[in-house]
Ligand binder design. Structure first.
Ligand SMILES: [Zn+2]
Ligand SMILES: [Zn+2]
Length: 765
């Protein structure tokens, strides 16, 4: 008799068709045994020889399902059992959960083919899924990933679905989200008073397409939450959506029916095409062609780029087939609130925005916005990490156990290190909104349930007035556990070091952390910092010279204030027309007695945007810096100006750069040359500081590194540039950075404390 071997595989192996794959492979290898999901991933027992067991594992690794990711595997001999056949057996969980959550996957091509085939039983079924596609995280209620642990469990499979589920030769063998029109999810349309106007499943999507063609706004319940949709070629209805959503200028995303249609409207690289068609299917920011066929100026006012995605669910796919042209699709919420996911809430909160609402009866446990990415060359920059990318981070092992990091405020996300996993939540938005805070805390509570978490320590930002910090302290007080406050920009640096696993290197590494705001160790507002990492410690090398931070959070909303703060007296007089008389007096007075200083590079972008008359106000976050980036990217010359070429400096002379740009603009130098030269000068600063300190590897973090022009310049330099890979450069990465800092940086002065000692300046932006 042969021996029994146990194979344990971990990584993204649940909800990806792994067990049916192993089952069929075992039959091929003529093996008897079992496969199940457990707390560590997938567990296999087989009767065989040691050599055959290794051969089997090699075959598993070589041909694993497309959307799976094996992180670790092991073989061991176990107590002899005798199996008569090979079987998929129910999950067994003995210990603590130690695997990542599986994200939602975009609808696959095989499922699309079935939905298109009049002879197929899933013809036109809007919730068609299979073992490699469909919602996962969105519908998870428990672990491991089994139908009974998802919200689809409330639908009982019909006989035919059950047959597919139990047939090893069927591609839906053990597909946990299996359903069909006979037993599955149903759609309905209501008007904005809640009256059902259509529930016939055969004609409902034609009706929705008609409603869109007629110039209406619909709220469409997708499997990740409600979207607000309208015809992307109709500027009037888009304008109406802007007014009703109170969103004057912020760009909307557009769903295109096919990749061909995208290619006709945009200049698109192979990396961008791959991203659009991938199982993540994010919104990708693309450069418009001269003619796009959509109302670009209403969709993304004053920008020559558009956020584009392909239909990532069966529902969107079928709807887009009927609608036949691009459709605006933006998160279903009012301005600044989280995405809505229940019919009740949608009926209450979206009835003033949408003319009609399209609901379905699958409960969404974890609603998520669509992810947003862009590409610089082949470098992916994540702008918003959400559906398809969140919630876990596969590349990160952790040595911490049960440590919670609460992250930052404006772009909030939390992270939890437990056993070998690091769970990083999706993006939530600005915690200053009560609803966003609710979504953040309810998701945190669900994570605590799913993973049986009992935090032993809480890491927070140093900024005491961050809601995330307050929440962390409250949690710590309630559970009598210690806290540690970690400086914002050091967390950013640790985050990018962690993503590249650079903590164990002997090399010294330059950290460049540039963003809008973060409380510094000296109680001033940092945002233009240079650090050095060596031997598990971080020291600050340099920064941008301080300038005055005035008018609290207004400064981030009004780029003219950054310019006002930094211009010298004679130059300042030239921008008086940007203010009325009272404003001028008030701000002048503020400046005289101001003590709060900043090194924020984000505000320098604002100052330049205002100096070049590109934007004096932000109607949405980073509007001015996006205008500046666009203006800079229009420069096609070969002789940018290095404003600091002849300047000897220790700290980067912020005021000198801005005053020089303003002076040259007044003297008639072109906007695009000056905008490009500003960013060029910043890139030169990084090269200079790297060279002076004899540093070759440069790790960059902070929202400023979403700027394509800056990233392109850096990638073209001779430096070893490290940018974020699976996380966004913006504050979404702070929670992960807090964990990484806590784990890797020796910081004896700053041990745990249970008291709220920090006194921060109250700044909400
Ligand atoms: Zn599929
Ligand atoms: Zn069925």
């Amino acid at each position: 008799m042969s021996n029994t071997y146990c194979i344990q595989i971990s990584g993204r192996v649940q909800g990806v068709g792994f067990r049916p794959f192993v089952y069929n492979l075992a039959l091929e290898h003529q093996l008897t045994g079992t496969v199940s999901n457990n707390e560590n991933g997938v567990l296999i027992y087989i009767n065989t020889t040691e050599a055959q067991a290794h051969k089997f594992l090699d075959a598993i690794i070589a041909s694993a399902p497309k959307v799976s990711k094996i992180i670790q595997s092991s073989i061991s001999e176990s107590a002899t059992q005798s199996f008569k056949a090979f079987k998929i057996v129910p999950s067994e969980t003995k210990g603590q959960i130690n695997i990542p959550l599986t994200p939602d996957f975009a609808v696959c091509n095989s499922c699309k083919t079935e939905m298109d085939d009049p002879k197929n039983r899933r013809y036109n079924y809007a919730f068609t899924t299979c073992v490699t596609c469909g919602p996962r995280y969105a519908i998870t209620t428990k672990f491991p990933f089994e139908r009974v642990h998802t919200t689809i469990n409330s639908f009982e499979m019909c006989g035919t679905c059950e047959d597919e589920y139990t047939d090893p030769t069927d591609r839906r063998f053990h597909s946990q989200t299996n359903s069909c029109a006979d037993c599955g999810i149903a759609l309905s349309i209501t008007d904005n008073n809640g009256n059902v106007i259509e529930s016939n499943q055969d004609s409902i999507l034609d009706k929705v397409a008609n409603i869109l063609h007629q110039g209406n706004i619909i709220a469409l319940k997708n499997t990740n939450g409600y979207l607000l949709c309208c015809d992307a070629s109709n500027p009037e209805v888009i304008q109406t959506l802007r007014i009703r959503k109170q969103r004057p200028n912020k760009p909307f995303a557009v769903v295109f029916p096919s990749l061909d249609a995208v290619q006709n409207a945009f200049v698109i690289s192979p990396s961008e095409a791959n991203a659009l068609s991938s199982e993540v299917a994010p919104i990708v920011i693309l450069n418009n062609k001269v003619s796009t066929g959509i109302a670009t100026q209403t969709i993304a006012p004053a920008l020559n780029q558009t956020g584009v995605m392909l239909p990532h669910t069966a529902l969107l796919y079928l709807l887009m087939k009927r609608f036949g042209k691009p459709m605006v699709a933006t998160s279903g919420n009012s301005h600044g609130l989280p995405m809505i996911s229940t019919e009740k809430e949608a009926q209450k909160k979206l009835n003033g925005i949408a003319d009609y609402l399209v609901h379905h009866n699958l409960e969404i446990n974890f609603p998520q916005d669509d992810s947003v990415v862009k590409y610089v060359n082949d470098q992916r920059i994540i702008i918003r990490r959400s559906r398809g990318l969140a919630p876990s981070n596969l590349s990160q092992k952790s040595e911490l156990d049960n440590v919670l990091a609460t992250g930052a405020d404006m772009k909030s996300a939390f992270a939890i290190a437990k056993k070998e996993q690091t769970y990083i939540s999706q993006y939530f938005g600005n915690l200053a909104s009560y609803d966003v805070l609710q979504r953040y805390t309810s998701t945190l509570n669900k994570f605590k349930d799913i993973f049986s978490l009992q935090p032993k320590a809480v890491l927070v930002d140093k900024h005491i007035n961050y809601y995330s910090t307050q929440l962390g302290y409250e949690l710590a007080e309630n559970h009598s556990i210690p806290t540690k406050a970690i400086q914002h920009h050091k967390a950013h640096f640790a985050s990018v070091l962690g993503e590249h696993q650079l903590f164990d290197t002997d090399k010294r590494i330059l950290g460049v952390v540039w963003d809008g705001t973060g409380l510094g160790d000296d109680q001033q507002i940092w945002g233009g910092e240079f650090f050095q990492y060596h031997n598990n410690s971080i020291e600050r090398l340099s920064q941008f010279e301080y300038f005055d931070w005035i008018a609290n959070d207004k400064m981030a909303k009004e780029p003219r204030l950054s310019l006002f703060s930094i211009l010298k007296k004679e130059q300042k007089a030239l921008i008086a027309s940007k203010f009325n008389k009272t404003e001028w007096q008030v701000y002048s007075k503020m400046l005289q007695k101001n003590e709060l200083k900043t090194s924020s590079v984000g505000r320098l972008f604002d100052a330049v945007a205002s100096a070049l008359d590109l934007a004096d106000f932000n109607t949405y976050e980073a509007e001015a810096s996006m205008q500046l980036e666009q203006c800079a990217s229009q420069y096609s010359g070969k002789a940018p100006i290095d404003f600091l070429q002849a300047v000897d400096y220790d700290k980067i002379p912020s005021a000198y750069i801005i005053n020089e740009i303003f002076r040259q603009y007044q003297a008639g130098v072109s906007k695009s040359l000056l905008a490009y030269s500003f960013i060029y000068t910043l890139a030169r600063c990084i090269e200079k500081i790297a060279s002076e300190n004899n540093l070759q590897t440069v790790a960059c973090s902070g929202g400023v590194f979403q700027n394509s022009v800056l990233v392109k310049l850096l990638l073209a330099s001779s430096l070893d540039i490290r940018l974020h890979k699976d996380l966004s450069p913006n504050d979404e990465n702070i929670a992960f950075g807090q964990l990484q800092y806590f784990q890797h940086i020796k910081d004896h002065k700053n041990v745990f404390s249970n008291t709220r000692k920090n006194k921060g300046h109250y700044i909400t932006a």
